[in-house]
Design a protein around this ligand. Structure first.
Ligand SMILES: Nc1ncnc2c1ncn2[C@@H]1O[C@H](COP(=O)(O)OP(=O)(O)OP(=O)(O)O)[C@@H](O)[C@H]1O
Length: 616
């Protein structure tokens, strides 16, 4: 003879609460959802039937907390109660006979009732089925896995069609049935349900009043006299729901997939990857922190989405990651992009605020889409050596040259500016990738700055100056070799910058020198050799500025301790100017060099600092 599996109820409840649900609070969602499904099933049989759900907390004779959820739904006969309520995994909503119109139901797994045992010692159903002539019944189930069903001899008026589920709290879970907790949870899960759901709550003066939990219509579907009235109402809804006043909103609508909603634009910048959207399934909250319904780059919004078609996981707290979800995510992402393309190109206060606040998100978005990339190039200001400019404006002037690190940008910005060369700082997150993508678009000439670019724009000093400084430069190269740094002389604006440091990791400078040497007349050979004699390719080059009085004075000074200290000071301030920061040995070297310079200056005070002779 074949036997049936035995199920240990407390083991099942433990399994659900620890491994399936995020916590005991979901018990209320399951109860409300069963009531909603029952009301939906009755409406399918009789569209004129009442459809209300009422919640009421209290306590029993022994003082244990209780909660009643009463619905005017389809109800249960004694046989159905025995079969459906006491069989784990059995659901009327998958049944071809009982589940007429089943696509309308939220429940489907037949395990939701078990969630009530996470907080209840006992669950009691008092129900009258909508079937003609049905006798009211009471089903009592206990946490130890036992249950009773009794038929009641009550009149229709005493027990109308529908079901009242009454939970008696477990001693350690009474707080889950407290009035304010139930009210908060009911609002969280059920506020968008298309039914009249109300709860009895105490008000000042000791009386109880029925408070409606549900909003009359999906907030984004309500008709308003004007667009601005609608925007205001949606902003208020956002404040109630998310606790922030949005910069604006984006309507989301995918009728083919039964998906609609609204994405609110956050008033502050947020870090990428923090998608926390509210997802409703047939208008019952599924998740308040979903990152699946919109693409990752839409982290500058918080969306509220309702769906008829997406599938929940069994915990009903996540979306099933299937093809439909993938399609919905992509299509909703397209709607966000379309909004950005339409709104941000036109100058408006909203466009300005969104660009200012969410430029990072827009950069992330531009990486995924070439239309967005060209939008970003037209509207987002980037840091350039000529102040903030859009990439399109930079490109208008010719080739777009950029540095891929902020350090490199700082190293060259002042000098580039003075030579009229516009350099874009692409050192911030996403920017170098953006420029690389832009380079692949037709009509764009984009290139990373090489030190050859700068060496080219820095003017050569006159031949006499080269000759005069050759010895000092050679000494300087000897001193800087300790820092793996080369030294050259150029003449450039601004004269207030005595020296700049170029990073030359790929040896561009070396190639540059080779090229110059091959093109130079004989007269230059010796000079250039004095730079290039050492075959070791230095990683950096200190470019001394022949227009700077400081650099000129140094090059005119005799070699020795003071020359070395002056050169090291120039080198280390160029390192700092490049935004590299000093290592501890370098700080010590700077301090030593300044000590030498100060010492020399104090030992031989210049005539101008001498006090005037009192006799004269
Ligand atoms: N308020 C109610 N009115 C009428 N029938 C109910 C009610 N609550 C539960 N039932 C019946 O009990 C069955 C089991 O409910 P349960 O919540 O365990 O599963 P479900 O709602 O079918 O699926 P899910 O696990 O997805 O919630 C339901 O299918 C339904 O037939």
């Amino acid at each position: 003879m074949s036997e049936r599996f035995q199920v240990d109820l407390s083991g099942m409840v433990d399994l659900l609460s620890r491994h399936l649900y995020s916590g005991p609070q979901v018990y209320l969602r399951e109860l409300i959802q069963n009531a909603v499904d029952a009301v939906t099933a009755r409406a399918a049989l009789d569209p004129a039937a009442p459809s209300t759900i009422r919640l009421r907390t209290g306590s029993d004779a022994a003082g244990a907390a209780t909660l009643e959820v009463a619905d005017t739904g389809v109800g249960l006969t004694a046989d159905e109660a025995t079969e459906l309520l006491a069989t784990i995994g059995r659901s009327s909503k998958r049944d071809s006979v009982l589940g007429a119109g089943r696509a309308e139901f939220i429940g489907q797994f037949g395990i939701g009732m078990l969630a009530a045992f996470m907080v209840a010692e006992q669950i009691e159903f008092t129900s009258r089925s909508a079937k003609p002539g049905a006798v009211p019944i009471r089903w009592e189930g206990r946490a130890d896995g036992t249950f009773d069903v009794t038929e009641l001899a009550h009149t229709d008026a005493e027990i109308p069609v529908g079901t009242t589920v009454r939970l008696t709290a477990r001693r350690d879970a009474a707080h889950w049935l407290a009035n304010e907790t139930v009210l908060e949870l009911a609002r969280e899960y059920g506020s968008l349900l298309p039914f009249d759901v109300a709860m009895l709550v105490p008000v000042d003066g000791g009386t109880d009043v029925w408070r409606r939990i549900t909003e009359p219509e999906l907030p984004w579907r309500i008709a308003y006299p004007s667009g601005s009235a609608r925007s205001r109402a949606l902003a208020e809804y956002c404040e109630r729901t998310f606790g922030f006043t949005p910069l604006g909103h984006i309507d989301l609508d995918l009728p083919v997939a039964g998906v609609s909603g609204v994405a609110f634009i956050l008033p502050q910048a947020v870090t990428p990857g923090s998608g926390q959207h509210r997802v409703y399934m047939k208008r019952m909250l599924l998740s308040s922190r979903s990152d699946r319904v919109l693409p990752e780059w839409s982290f500058f919004t918080r969306a509220v989405i309702d769906s008829d078609t997406l599938s929940p996981t069994a915990s009903r707290e996540q979306l099933h990651d299937d093809e439909i979800l993938l399609g919905v995510r992509e299509a909703l992402g397209e709607q966000v992009k379309r909004w950005a393309l339409d709104t941000l190109r036109q100058p408006s206060q909203l466009a300005r605020k969104v660009l200012e606040t969410h430029h990072l998100a827009l950069r992330a978005l531009a990486l995924t889409d070439s239309a967005m990339l060209s939008l970003v190039s037209e509207v987002l200001p980037f840091e350039t050596s000529d102040g903030p400019m859009t990439l399109a404006a930079v490109a208008e002037q010719g080739e777009l040259v950029y540095t891929s690190t902020t350090e490199a940008f700082h190293r060259v910005a002042a000098v580039a500016r003075a030579q009229g060369l516009v350099v874009v700082n692409a050192g911030y997150v996403y920017d170098a990738d953006l420029l690389a993508k832009l380079a692949a678009l037709p009509g764009w000439r984009v290139r990373e700055l090489s030190s050859a670019d700068l060496v080219q724009v820095l003017g050569m000093p006159g031949i006499e100056r080269e000759m005069a400084a050759a010895g000092a430069l050679s000494t300087a190269r000897g001193v800087l070799a300790e820092a793996d740094c080369d030294a050259i002389l150029r003449s450039f604006e601004p004269e207030s910058v005595p020296a700049v440091l170029l990073r030359d990791s790929e040896g561009e400078h070396r190639r540059d020198l080779d090229r110059e040497r091959s093109e130079a007349p004989d007269l230059w050979d010796g000079l250039l050799d004095s730079f290039a004699g050492d075959t070791h390719v230095r990683t950096r080059t200190l470019v001394l500025n022949d227009r700077s009085p400081v650099a000129r004075r140094l090059l005119a000074a005799p070699g020795g301790e003071i020359f070395d200290a002056g050169l090291r000071s120039l080198y280390l301030s160029a390192v700092m100017l490049a935004g590299e920061g000093l290592r501890s040995a370098e700080s010590a070297a700077l301090s030593d060099s300044l000590g030498v310079l100060l010492g020399a200056a104090l030992e031989s005070p210049s005539p101008s600092t001498e006090l005037p002779n009192s006799d004269s």
